[in-house]
Ligand binder design. Structure first.
Ligand SMILES: *Cc1c(COP(=O)(O)O)cnc(C)c1O
Length: 226
């Protein structure tokens, strides 16, 4: 029997779910993926969708209004001038990558009013193509982040540099976990470290070994992006 692409999405999801611990939430990353394929994932039980671009998300949300129980996760870099719109369209922002962005989101959330869930994006290996805090920079910014009381800061997010050997990727994930442990031990009143958003199609088993609670899967579910 040939497996149609639509069946393939449901079958891959079922297969991956079998291997996931209960503590891990699968976010289906649907940048460039059609709303038809998103409906297939939804029918297979996916409720968490990750998108990188605001306008693409707004367009898709208009077409998926009949699916009201989706949680929308922003996983791409957010420009300050789009922060207000992002708050209106995403319940989670994984890509809070600077103090100025956090403070902007915080004051906008106060006015709306909203309390978005956010992850702080870190890069623990130098990577000019990625945004995010280095470890020491993040530690220095924690007092100011703790003052962002309209943000529900729930964890860290990371994207390892592309093309690393698996052992090196594993060490990046372990360092991210260690940093979140260190922050948790500091017992900030308004910074929780309940989540580690890490792991993509090529490396999610490694991320889970290091304690990921949210994995962000695109190509493994929907095929290569154009
Ligand atoms: C595109 C993207 C993903 C998904 O990557 P795949 O390799 O397709 O699984 C996950 N996280 C972020 C931040 C992304 O931009």
């Amino acid at each position: 029997m040939t497996v149609s692409p639509v069946n393939a999405i449901a079958q891959t999801l079922a297969h991956i779910r079998q291997t996931l611990p209960d503590t891990v939430t699968l976010i289906a990353v649907t940048k460039t993926v059609s709303v038809e394929k998103m409906r297939v994932a939804y029918a297979a039980g996916v409720r968490d969708f990750g998108e990188s671009r605001l306008q693409e998300t707004i367009d898709k949300q208009a077409l998926l209004q009949d699916l009201p129980d989706i949680t929308w996760h922003l996983i791409g870099h957010l420009q300050r001038n789009k922060a207000a719109k992002a708050l209106e369209h995403f319940q989670w922002i994984h890509s809070v990558d600077s103090l100025t962005l956090a403070q902007r989101l915080n004051s906008l959330a106060d006015r709306l009013p909203l309390k978005p869930s956010v992850c702080l994006q870190v890069k623990l290996m130098p990577d000019p193509s990625k945004f995010g805090w280095a470890g020491a920079e993040l530690l220095a910014d924690l007092p100011a982040l703790n003052d962002c009381s309209n943000l529900n800061i729930v964890g860290l997010m990371t994207i390892p540099p592309y093309g690393l050997a698996p052992a090196v990727t594993q060490s990046v994930f372990n360092q991210t976990r260690d940093l979140s442990d260190q922050i948790r031990q500091q017992q900030w009143s308004n910074i929780q470290m309940r989540h580690l958003s890490m792991g993509m199609s090529d490396d999610y088993p490694l991320a889970i070994e290091s304690g990921a609670t949210m994995i962000r899967l695109g190509r493994v579910l929907f095929g290569d992006r154009n």
